[in-house]
Structures are given as C-alpha cells and as structure tokens.
Design a protein around this ligand. Structure first.
Ligand code: NAD
Length: 369
C-alpha cells in the first residue's frame, strides 16, 4: 500500500533539514520497499513569494489528501512587513485549522550522550522519555469573548475566555490514554481545578472517561503549577502528561528545555480518526523555527526534523520497528560524538547538516539493513 507524504520544507533552515529526511525516505523506499510517495509544496514566505499567500489552496488540498504532512519551518526577516493575513505563520495556522489538528504531541527525550549539557543535573534527566499531549484547538487562545474594550473612564479591559466542552476534553484525553498504552501506561492530567471552573470540568471529564474506557491505564491528577515544579524537580516520574492549550504551551516548553537544544525537538499534531478509514490527519514538524541567523550555511541540526519523521512512522504508519530504529540511530550517532554547532561540547566532532544526516542514515542502515 502506498503511503502519501506531503513535504512542506518552508523557509530558512526548513529545506536544509528536510533534505536529510528525504535521504532517509529514498533509502527506505529502495532498500525496505517502504512505498512512500512524496509530493512537495510551498508554505510560509516561500509560498508568499510564489502565490501571495502563506499556503495556496492547491497545496492545502494536497495536504488534506495526504496520509501525513512533514513540515519544516516558516518565517524570516524578509517577510516581516507583509500583511498579517498572509504572514508566513498563517500557513501553519491554516494547516492546523483545516486539518483540525487538536492534539499536539511533544516528546521530551534526553539522549544519554547529551545529559551533561542539560541545565539540570545529569541524573535528573538522563534517560528521560516523557510525552506531553497538549490540546491545540480550544481553550483560552480561541474562546469568545476575546477583545479589548474601552471602559470610557480612561481604562481599558483585556478579555480572553477559557472554554472547554466535554467532547474536547474526552477526545484529547483519549489520545493521551491510547498513547500511554503504547509506552509506560501512565497519564498525569494537569489543570487548575482549585481556581478555574474549566479546571473542575476538565478533571471530572478526564476521570469519568478514564473509568469508562481506560481503567487499565494509571491516571493521576496534578495542579498545573505543581506540575511545572515537578517537571524540573523529578521529570522521570512522568510518562504521558495531558493538559489544555495554555498550560500545555508552557509545560511543553519547560519539558523541552530539560533536554537541551531546540535543534533536537520533534512534534506531531494529530486530528480525529476518519470515520471510514480510521486514519488520523497528521502533521509532523520540528519545534524550532526557520533560524534565519544560520540559514543557508549548512550548519543547522537536522535531528529535530529526522525525529519528527520517526514520529510520523510511529503514529501515521504504525511502523513502530522502523521508528524505534531511527530513534536509536540518532542516539548512536550522538554516542559516537558527532555534534552540530548548537549541541557541540568538548571532545566531540563538529559536523554540518548533511554530515549529521548522513551519519544518522548510516546508523539506521546498519540497524535496519
Ligand atoms: P528559531 O527556532 O528559528 O531560532 C532560535 C535560535 O535557535 C536561533 O539562534 C537558531 O539559530 C537556533 N536554532 C533553531 N533551530 C536550530 C537547529 N535546527 N539547529 C541549530 N540551531 C537552531 O526561533 P526564532 O529565532 O525566534 O525565529 C526565527 C523565525 O522562525 C521567525 O520568523 C519566527 O517567526 C519563525 N518561527 C517559526 C516556527 C515554525 O515554523 N513552526 C516556530 C518558531 C519560530
């Protein structure tokens, strides 16, 4: 069966990092008969230059028709002055909205070889493997009313509204419970039920949904502020964390930094399963941006992009063995002392983007061949 991948390399270091994934796809097709069919489109500034929009309707349709979208990065100073609706980030927002990607998955994995470069003690982070599942399409970023009103007395009032309905909480916790079953079988749900009504509902719905459908998974609840503290105190106590859009935004950034550089961090955004095929719409992207300061120099770290492709193998194509091998290939490459500039440390060998990509591919070939 063919597997349709739509590649959106984007701007800055996006295309440089994506090129390393394309090498892996080409090898998997020729040596493992993986059957990937790829198409490439434009997003962000590069789409604006070509079409005057951050993503064209044509490319949007191709994204909707694909089994998975691989996204590089968008933006850069060249497009700082373009109109708000067509700014580079609008391409990513449209993809998330039209594909209804409500679940954002951010793993925080600390490779043993990089444990010493974390800001926390090595024993706290070494071997860390947690997954933050963040609700991405609801909550205070989208709730209405959302406005600034003039009170007429020289004062203004800014209003954002935190809103969650039962179905939104059920579907995001369902993703977290399903994923937990494939990992450590533990979910910690984080909210603020002590001060927020939406937190009271969140906790109630997660507990009821768990009891009815996922009683085999261990469930705990934590206040989101305490969760932030625990993440930097002893992160290895967690397996899967499920939380809302706002808390997830912050907690996933905290968790990310436990593991070192932005250049190492992958992510996935998933939609609901299709009623007929059971397939979820999915977009995979590194957490980092387009890094204009190093773009075009061949020095960007491609590992976040490669690890995003490993997530794609795991979650869109159920190629768990291949995904495990690709993750192991990254770890082995780091064990051998190869480093791009952003993760360089004493005694290691500094390499560029394509050398790092080639080294990961060689390790992957050794494991999979
Ligand atoms: P950034 O992530 O692009 O870069 C932050 C710093 O990290 C830079 O010093 C950069 O060189 C470094 N860095 C990032 N990725 C790296 C990698 N793979 N290898 C080595 N070093 C890496 O964030 P920024 O500088 O705040 O934003 C730059 C542009 O990217 C802006 O236009 C911003 O809007 C855009 N952006 C896009 C996305 C996205 O496409 N999802 C996300 C964040 C920022």
């Amino acid at each position: 069966m063919t597997k349709k991948l739509f590649l959106l390399p984007g701007d800055g270091i996006g295309p440089e990092a994506m090129a390393e994934v394309e090498k892996i796809i080409a090898w998997m097709n020729s040596a493992l008969a993986a059957g990937f069919e790829t198409e490439t489109g434009l997003v962000g500034g590069s789409a604006y230059d070509a079409h005057g929009a951050a993503i064209s309707d044509d490319d949007m349709a191709r994204a909707m028709a694909a089994d998975a979208v691989l996204f590089g990065a968008v933006g850069g100073p060249k497009w700082d002055g373009v109109a708000y609706e067509v700014r580079p980030e609008a391409g990513l927002l449209r993809l998330r909205k039209d594909m209804q990607l409500f679940a954002n998955l951010r793993p925080a994995i600390c490779y043993p070889a990089l444990a010493a470069s974390s800001s926390l003690k090595p024993e706290v982070v070494e071997g860390l493997d947690i997954l933050i599942v963040r609700e991405l399409t609801g909550g205070v970023y989208f709730g209405e009313p959302k406005e600034i009103i003039d009170l007429g007395n020289g004062q203004k009032r800014g209003i954002d509204t935190q809103v969650y309905d039962t179905f939104e909480i059920e579907r995001i916790s369902g993703v977290a419970f399903e994923l937990a079953r494939t990992r450590g079988n533990k979910v910690c749900s984080m909210e603020k039920h002590n001060v927020m009504k939406s937190g009271v509902l969140w906790k109630e719905v997660v507990a009821a949904y768990h009891k009815a459908n996922y009683a085999d998974v261990e469930l705990t609840h934590m206040l989101a502020d305490a969760g932030g503290m625990q993440l930097v105190r002893w992160p290895k106590q967690f397996d899967v964390i499920v939380t809302d859009n706002l808390f997830g935004d912050m907690l996933s950034d905290v968790a990310a930094m436990l593991t070192g550089s932005l250049g190492m961090l992958p992510s996935a955004s998933l939609g609901a399963p299709d009623a007929i095929s059971g397939k979820r719409k999915a977009l995979y992207e590194p957490v980092h941006g387009s890094a204009p300061d190093i773009a075009g120099k061949g020095i960007a770290n491609p590992i976040a992009m490669i690890a995003s492709f490993a997530m794609c193998l795991r979650y869109s194509f159920n190629m768990v063995g291949e995904a495990d091998m690709l993750d192991r290939a990254i770890a082995n490459t780091l064990d051998k002392g190869l480093r791009t500039g952003d993760i360089m440390s004493d005694g290691c060998t500094q390499v560029g983007t394509s050398q790092m990509g080639d080294a990961v591919l060689a390790e992957f070939q050794a494991l999979a061949g």
